[in-house]
Design a protein around this ligand. Structure first.
Ligand SMILES: [Zn+2]
Length: 354
């Protein structure tokens, strides 16, 4: 066809609404760490399900904040502000988890329980991976994992911001020299049941120990990668939360994935270039991490609603924009596909037992 006909065809395509929308939904998206509707939005809003379907989101690891009631923000980060009474953590979890499951049922999202569910979501369905940020609800007993597994939990981040019998975390002085004995048994229990082990917030000795024990690939769902990694005495929370490049590479070597968060700073610095609303800078950081640890090991771990007011993305329309920026950066399509959804899908399937 000549130029005029080509232009006409393009305009017709763009005007085609649903078709154009569908064309924009490739590749699919997976988010290894999201609090969408759990912190700043109301869970009763239908936004998450609608947003996932509109923007081609296959999988969201939907993270309940297991210690949410016992932490508070400070000028420099987040810290524990009170000690839970025995039983409180389990009750808090049960209540929040029930509300999440009700949301999934009401909005007819798929609960990802088995590998076939992952495949169905990659093929077009919208799926929730029920996940927890913190294993605090176990109240120190690995056996308590069984009941929560039966209710659908498939992705478990071991520690967050409160003192934990599971192991040390990045933002407070270490007490266990990594994982506790219970934490080590929890890695084995997750492997045996088919729960993805998420080491985000753990100290670097915990990462080494978990890699040693685990028979399945592991994930570091969210934060960023730089130098020797964070120290609990660093000045700001986002610095404490750094994963060392060496540990990111170890996770990659074992087939795992590192999720990059959408934290925006009021001004770029300390090696992190992303500022509030800067989806292009977030895309550039993803591309940089691909260069450092390989296209098979980087993914989204947006931390939507967890990164605070200076977010770089706050919904899946924004994440779709980031994917478009990756295309503008001329990353190969196969790389973009892996970062956008395939790496998380692969690591999750490797952890699941059926
Ligand atoms: Zn977090």
């Amino acid at each position: 066809m000549n130029r005029r006909q080509a232009l006409k065809a393009t305009l017709a395509f763009l005007a085609a609404g649903p078709l154009a929308a569908r064309a924009q939904q490739s590749p699919r998206i997976a988010d290894a760490h999201s609090h969408y509707g759990l912190i700043s939005r109301q869970i009763a809003d239908r936004d998450l399900a609608k947003d996932m379907r509109e923007h081609g989101v296959a999988l969201v690891a939907w993270k309940l904040v297991a210690d949410g009631r016992w932490i508070r923000g400070t000028n420099t980060g987040i810290e524990q502000h009170r000690v839970p009474s025995p039983g409180e953590l389990a009750l808090y979890f049960d209540d929040a988890f029930a509300r999440m499951r009700a949301y999934i049922a009401t909005n007819k999202l798929r609960t990802v329980l088995a590998r076939a569910d992952v495949d169905a979501c990659v093929a077009g369905d919208a799926g929730i991976v029920l996940a927890s940020e913190g294993a605090d609800f176990l109240e120190g007993r690995v056996e308590n994992l069984d009941a929560v597994y039966d209710k659908g939990l498939r992705h478990l981040q071991f520690v967050h911001y409160i003192r934990s019998p599971v192991g040390d975390f990045q933002t407070a002085s270490p007490q266990h020299n990594g994982l506790s004995e219970m934490g080590k048994r929890l890695v084995e229990a997750c492997n045996a049941k088919g729960v993805l082990v998420d080491l985000a917030h753990s100290t670097l000795p915990s990462v080494d120990q978990a890699l040693e024990i685990s028979s399945a690939p592991l994930i570091w769902s969210h934060s960023w990668v730089d130098g020797d990694g964070g120290n609990w005495q660093d000045r700001f929370g986002f610095l404490r939360r750094r994963l060392s490049l060496a540990h990111a590479k170890k996770i990659a070597d074992r087939g795992g994935m590192v999720g990059l968060w959408a934290l925006g700073l009021s001004r770029p610095g300390y090696g992190w270039s992303v500022t509030a609303r800067s989806m292009s800078a977030y895309a550039q950081e993803l591309a940089n991490l691909v260069d450092r640890i390989g296209a098979d090991h980087v993914g989204f771990g947006t931390d939507i609603e967890g990164v605070g007011a200076d977010w770089a993305v706050n919904d899946y329309g924004h994440v779709r924009r980031v994917v478009q920026y990756l295309e503008e950066l001329k990353l190969p399509a196969s790389t973009i596909e892996r970062v956008a959804y395939a790496n998380y899908a692969r690591v999750l399937k490797a952890a699941l037992r059926s």
